[in-house]
Design a protein around this ligand. Structure first.
Ligand code: SF4
Ligand code: SF4
Length: 165
């Protein structure tokens, strides 16, 4: 019947009081190990993740990242690329030929409102969330993963989606 939402029908629910996945034989997708959420709070006066070290010395650009940074710094995109980026295996990345991000002053990010998606979504990245062990390893340099409020599964997935899009 047009306009009738059968999915909310209590009559149908009484007839079929089982989840659709059981009726249809569709296996329920396993929840990730972080289904209960994860603690995280970026700590002031840290900035460890803005400094070159081991696996974490690349900042990639997603979507409008570069355009927003260029606008914020009052540069054209070409000027921004020339001054702040380099090529790495076909990807444009932030030039990190110094021990830290060029936008870090002391422990302050000078482009914070328009920082790249990669920075905005840290530490909720695929590789950090791959297992409990990889999340624990992250504690070596990100003390924020041991403190702060719990970020729900929905929030974590939002971050993952932003980074993937
Ligand atoms: S390492 Fe973690 S706590 Fe430190 S600045 Fe980066 S996100 Fe914040
Ligand atoms: S852009 Fe800002 S948040 Fe990202 S690495 Fe540089 S200083 Fe850190």
């Amino acid at each position: 019947m047009p306009g009738t939402d059968f999915s909310l029908s209590p009559i149908l629910f009484m007839l079929h009081p089982f989840p659709a996945c059981i009726l249809l034989g569709v296996p329920k997708k396993a929840e990730p190990w972080y289904a209960e959420g994860l603690r995280f709070e970026c700590l002031p006066d840290c900035a460890n993740c803005c400094v070159n070290h081991e696996d974490y010395d690349y900042v990639y650009f997603d979507g409008d990242d570069m355009a927003q940074l260029a606008r914020f710094l009052d540069l054209t995109i070409a000027e921004f690329k020339e001054r702040y980026t380099e090529q790495d295996e076909g990807e444009t990345v932030l030039r990190m030929d110094q021990p830290q991000c060029p936008f870090l002053e002391g422990t302050r990010c000078t482009v914070y409102p328009v920082r790249p998606t990669q920075c905005r979504t840290f530490p909720f990245w695929d590789n950090n969330l791959a297992s409990r062990a990889s999340w624990k390893r992250l504690r070596k340099f990100c003390p924020g993963t041991e403190s702060g409020a719990v970020h729900s599964l929905r929030v974590i997935r939002d971050h993952l989606a932003k980074h993937e899009s």
